[in-house]
Design a binder for this molecule. Structure first.
Ligand SMILES: NC(=O)c1ccc[n+]([C@@H]2O[C@H](COP(=O)([O-])OP(=O)(O)OC[C@H]3O[C@@H](n4cnc5c(N)ncnc54)[C@H](OP(=O)(O)O)[C@@H]3O)[C@@H](O)[C@H]2O)c1
Length: 263
């Protein structure tokens, strides 16, 4: 199948590592012009070099962008347009909010999670729309979590704002379909990134067991029997962001090896 991504301009936010990096790499492998971003210039430079070397694609640029900062987001889009002429695809990603139950989080935590996990996606979308509307349309994919289908214990902030992304995406899919801009949401279940390794480490210390034991315990609740790999997740993102996807919009998926049991 031809994904039609050759020379398309793609922004992937929060992409110096993990799911963002894996997604950027897949787009680069398809010949797209990719802009990666995160808060650390050093990490970004290395990641851009890694992706270029692995995909043989020189069109991998980077811009420092903290997703909680409006000016950084506008600058990211401006830099992408300066470099690649437009924006065809936006992959919205950011860090997860702090853990905690309702009693443990205060107004500052709520405000921070709103800005990091919802307002950031609103701002990136607003900034790219003029270019997508001027061109042939676009694809927007919002990365969330399996909590879009089933809340996760001790993650009240994530459970609240990830489902907010669903409402945003669905509304946008309706409003933007006439402009051929397709909007979808994808939630990872348990994909083996640094973040998941660090969550396992924290849990292991709390339970006084090894991180491997934590992982094996979690894997027992995943019908496919293992954590996913970042590239397995990224391939779904790449299809949704491609020209091969012409009719799928307003949908949400979890990529979780069958972990979530909700229908
Ligand atoms: N992996 C999973 O199985 C899983 C499951 C459920 C949900 N998720 C969610 O999926 C998202 C990505 O997770 P991941 O596993 O890929 O994490 P990761 O491996 O820790 O990567 C996180 C990326 O986000 C960047 N980042 C962090 N804070 C940022 C900010 N304020 N602005 C811009 N970039 C920022 C980091 O770079 P810098 O530190 O340099 O900024 C890094 O590139 C997170 O929201 C996570 O909660 C992941």
């Amino acid at each position: 199948m031809d994904l039609g991504l050759q020379d398309k301009s793609v922004i992937v936010t929060a992409s110096s590592k993990g799911l963002g990096k894996a997604s950027a790499l897949q787009f680069a492998a398809e010949g797209a012009k990719v802009m990666i971003s995160s808060r650390s210039e050093e990490e970004l430079q290395q990641t851009a070099e890694d992706i270029q070397a692995e995909t043989d694609n020189d069109h991998v640029a980077y811009t420092v962008c903290d997703m909680t900062k409006a000016d950084d987001i506008q600058n990211l889009v401006d830099k992408t347009v300066e470099q690649y002429g437009t924006v065809d695809v936006l992959i919205n990603n950011t860090d997860g909010p702090p853990a905690g139950t309702f009693d443990k989080v205060d107004d500052d935590d709520w405000q921070f999670a709103f800005e990091l996990n919802l307002l950031s996606f609103i701002r990136t979308t607003r900034a790219v729309l003029p270019y997508m509307r001027k061109g042939d349309g676009g694809r927007i994919i919002n990365l969330a979590s399996s909590s879009i289908q089933q809340p996760i214990d001790n993650l009240i902030l994530s459970n609240t704002f990830r489902t907010g992304i669903l409402g945003l995406s669905k509304s946008l899919s309706q409003e933007l379909a006439p402009d051929n801009i397709l909007v979808n949401t994808v939630g990872p279940g348990r994909i083996a990134t640094d973040r998941v390794a660090s969550l396992d480490q924290t849990k292991a210390e709390k339970l006084n067991i090894s991180p491997d034991e934590v992982r094996q315990d979690t894997e027992q609740n995943i019908p496919i029997g293992r954590y996913g790999q970042p590239d397995e997740f990224a391939k779904i993102i790449t299809f949704l962001g491609s020209q091969a996807n012409t009719y799928l919009t307003g949908q949400s998926f979890v990529v979780d090896g069958g972990m979530v049991k909700a229908i």
